[in-house]
Write a protein that binds this ligand. Sequence first.
Ligand code: IVH
Length: 678
Amino acid sequence: MSIEEVSQQLEALRTTINQHNYRYYVLDDPAVSDSEYDRLMQELRAVESQYPELVSVDSPTQRVGAQPLAKFGQVRHEVPMLSLDNAFNQDDLQDFDRRIHDRLKSDVTIEYACEPKLDGIAVSLLYEGGMLVRGATRGDGQTGEDITLNVRTIPSIPLKLLGSGWPTRLEVRGEIYMPRAGFAALNEKAMKAGEKTFVNPRNAAAGSLRQLDPRITNSRPLEMCCYSAGLVDGGTLPEKHGDVLTQFQGWGLKINPEMRIVTGIEACADYYENLAAKRDSLSYDIDGIVFKVNDLKLQQQLGFVARAPRWAIARKFPAQEEMTVLKSIEFQVGRTGAITPVARLEPVFVGGVTVSNATLHNMDEVERLDARAGDTVIIRRAGDVIPQVVKVVLEKRLEGALPPSLPEACPVCGSDIERSEEETVARCTGGLFCSAQRKEAIRHFSSRKAMDIDGLGEKLIEQLVDKELVNTIADLFRLTEEQLIRLERMGAKSAANLVAALKASKTTTLARFIYSLGIREVGEATAATLASHFCTLEALEAATQEELQAADDVGPIVAQHIAMFFQQAHNREVIEALLAQGLNWPAIEKPVESDELPLTGQTWVLTGALTAMTRDEGKAYLQALGAKVAGSVSAKTATLVAGEKAGSKLSKAQSLGVSVMDEEAFMAFLQEHGIVMS
Ligand code: IVH
């Protein structure tokens, strides 16, 4: 091959790879498999290593520079990088819109571009003749840092623009961020390696860009979304912001798929509400919405004030992270005795609510955070998730702050606390002697998915236990209106209602009853399985651990908890007392005896690969229909189910005249017999 031909071959390869890269990272619509992509890269590397003189700077093999930098250079922004004014409510947005109309002396409805405000790092990319020549951080808006080598490693940033028609010099601005999944994976890896973790995706993105060694940046899952042009020289861009972004996408740059053009400020409010509702399901963090006048001529007319444009505004979401003071660390006792450290906080408004407590999960977590009373901490509350302490601000630690220690005795009942080797959880050994556990047991017993007792709130449970009116859950049903009326915040009507609710709750289902007992590891689903497997409470109580494990999804640990629960005399006494109070549920009919099942007496064999289920699942379905499932074919085999690439078993079955079903026929057969695939 002549040098020209090789050169052409290389160019063709690079174009193909860049196209695939574009489909994958920018359009989120891959055209080839990962392995095909890897193969092309391999091929490119092989040819380039044979012809090193033909390696070009924009080759996809040249994303990672070889040598770390000693320090970052400085970049002066020819067009300053501005920031945005903030709006915190719809009124602020209305004012923004009014100011625009006043300034333009027009009452024509304005067209706005709406975009998520990505929570990352503002960056500017400079393309000359379509080639990426520089990447810079925003810095103070006038001068930033030269991070060219680092931005080159980010796959959604093209080293060379696609298509044609780009201005000779074009500066593209946008946000570099780390998607949530990549952030979680990065932190998990760091945790396993015993390294420091990042507090949030934004910090992780910032830390990754600040690396002097581009190989480190290359190992971090970063992306860039472009949101405006800076310098434009030797060419023009479309006249509307939205069209500029679409043009950018055509040139291979990633833009945010949520961008919309709307008419009027009211429509901006709708966009805000829609995106706020979607916020948690996005694959990246956003901290608000940016609204921009879509017409670039109008943008120019409007100009700037100080460091922010008049034609754009950011409506911020309520912050999901705030700083506050950790007043103390207290220990709570849960239903199963688990001792949970809880952070008592100086109340702080975060994620749209005032938070004064946050869970610390367990002592391992307290140690990991190194949290101490008096510390300044960062609290995060995202969506409806319970507030978390994400980080201690060590610089603000007061002198003499001591790490908390796990109490030696239960803070509620004084019983011993045990913390087994393998468990991170510490537990009070007091069982139902511990009033905290009793309260939690009652709360669980009466909760909606358990016995569903209306009107039995937390405060009431506190009083009932503290006044010793209720010691076990069975005592609930002995409560009288006279006793209840004497309690705080209890009127005659509520007392009567509660007694009626208790009475009504006595008729329940076996599944709810099992769940309401609060056996460790027995949630709603397991309780339902146990009920339909054992049909009666007596059968469940009498079951050995082995028999328990025969029920779906019951493993050795759950089986052990269940067996232990029923072995305890006091648990049996409570159950008897409950039954004596008249708790009842409809009898569950035993499933058909197994000799009445459709495949009873038959032996089936499964072979080859099934696509819709695993072979174990297929086996379980057959057993549910009463069949025995064997590993080899004989003359006695009723039917052979043969999946893809079935081998010797299939030929043996054929030679023995055993009936054979392919996967499709097997699926139809299962369906006919009422098997619902999960
Ligand atoms: S436009 C002159 N659009 O928000 C307009 N900024 O406080 C400048 N940001 O530093 C920015 N998403 O880092 C714009 N869709 C978006 C944005 C966005 C995030 C950041 C950007 C900027 C800061 C402004």
